[in-house]
Design a protein around this ligand. Structure first.
Ligand code: SR1
Ligand code: MG
Length: 418
């Protein structure tokens, strides 16, 4: 299909017409297809294409960061890694969009269009409740993380997988800088939208305890190749739908996927539930019920994760780490259960730390979240952000003492005056 060509709305139909399976899904003639660009993410362009028989979603990487422009080059290979991660997630856990076509040279993934779904972050801001999201996401993370780790794969297979994703260095570097480094130093990419936070940002830079704890977490991010993590599992990477009692939940956008610490994905999701929690006070009266619900979702994410991870520990431990046979042949089931408990306890602490890291970067770093950004006036936004930052610090610095998601939720409620 030729050399890479960046798409624009008027070129999308001709490009998709070259893929028979995509053309068949759309039906009719390419000139009849309606194309619109809908991407609101920081990196890529996303097109929805509608034909007489159906619709598709086409996502193309450009050789730069959309949020910043051509001054920040970013390799097209992120599309390869996104496709590689999506295929594995589909096989190991489901809960992702169906892939119709991957065109590597064009850095283009054509997927089913989730036309009735909305981004979970937006639903949360609108105080819409999707009751199945938290348990489905907890299960998704348990299945993807367990089944790509040394608990399920042979050491050789896991090393091959880790080596494949090790090439995604440019995307990992974004996280290394934007999450674990830049918010803690003066940096031209940092920004905060409430002038009231100038002093707070300076205090964070002067907080050696916070900076040391963040570097411990960065060390884990750099060195702990535990499992294939999604790498950017915030509430903007989740789509939800509801029709009557039937809900559907999908995880999207794994272009940051790489072998990293298991707690990173769990922490990212918890962080964004906490950010939504603190943002609720900025979105009009009646926040309390939604805030209470959001904290319950945090514990439900963890409980579903731990329950499914435990099932997999007992039934799918076929890898070279903690081999089941080592314990079973001696009738040492108790030792195996104790190891599971310790493993989950450590993961929970990691998740709390990463949650704190992911919260602070959304307030003091380059990339923000609409939950907080849409709050007016700035003084009200700053009050919400200040409470969120206070929890972020506690989660990072005191993660071992806090120890559980339930305890973190209690801390959030105290900081919020609930
Ligand atoms: C320059 S990219 C900024 C952020 O957008 C993505 O969603 C990731 O979270 C990344 O850190
Ligand atoms: Mg994204």
């Amino acid at each position: 299909y030729g050399a890479y060509e960046p798409l624009a709305v008027e070129r999308v139909a001709a490009r998709l017409a070259a893929y028979p399976e995509v053309a068949a899904r759309l039906g009719g003639r390419p000139e009849d297809w309606q194309v619109r660009e809908v991407g609101d993410g920081n990196l890529n362009f996303v097109y929805i294409v509608e034909g007489p028989a159906g619709s598709v979603c086409a996502k193309q990487a450009l050789p730069f960061v959309r949020l910043v422009g051509e001054s920040w080059p970013l390799p097209l290979s992120r599309s390869f890694f996104e496709h590689a991660a999506l295929s594995r997630q589909a096989r190991l856990a489901g809960t992702v969009p169906q892939i119709l076509r991957f065109d590597g040279p064009q850095a283009l993934i054509v997927m089913e269009n989730l036309g009735t779904h909305v981004i979970w972050r937006k639903a949360l801001t609108a105080r819409e409740r999707h009751e199945t999201a938290a348990p489905i996401l907890g299960r998704f993370m348990a299945e993807t993380l367990f089944r790509t780790s040394d608990l399920n794969l042979s050491a050789a297979e896991k090393k091959r997988e880790a080596a494949l994703f090790a090439g995604n260095t440019a995307l990992a570097k974004i996280t290394e800088d934007l999450v674990f480094t830049d918010p803690y130093r003066v940096h031209p990419l940092n920004r905060w939208t409430s002038p009231e936070l100038d002093g707070t940002a300076a205090k964070v830079r002067g907080d050696a305890e916070w900076k040391l704890a963040i570097q411990e977490l960065k060390w884990q991010f750099l060195c702990s190749a535990e499992a294939l993590v999604h790498g950017d599992l915030h509430t903007g990477s989740v789509m939800v739908s509801k029709a009557g009692d039937a809900e559907d939940v999908r995880v999207i956008d794994p272009e940051f996927a790489f072998y990293g610490p298991m707690g990173f994905d769990v922490g990212a999701l918890l962080a964004n539930l906490f950010l939504s929690y603190f943002a609720q006070d900025g979105h009009g009266p009646g926040a309390e019920a939604m805030k209470a619900w959001l904290l319950v979702q945090g514990t439900r994410v963890w409980d579903a994760f731990a329950a499914r991870f435990s099932e997999l520990w007992r039934t799918e431990r076929r890898g070279d780490a903690y081999p089941a046979s080592l314990f079973e042949e001696q009738g040492q089931a108790d030792a195996s259960e104790a190891a599971l408990e310790a493993f989950l306890a450590r993961l929970q602490v990691d998740a709390l730390g990463f949650a704190g890291a992911k919260m602070a970067r959304r307030i003091l770093g380059l990339a923000h979240v609409s939950d907080l950004e849409t709050i007016e006036p700035p003084a009200l936004r700053a009050a919400c952000e200040t409470r969120a930052l206070a929890l972020a610090r506690q989660l990072v610095v005191e993660r071992r003492a806090i120890a559980t998601v339930s305890a973190a939720c209690r801390r959030a409620a105290i900081l919020s005056g609930a």
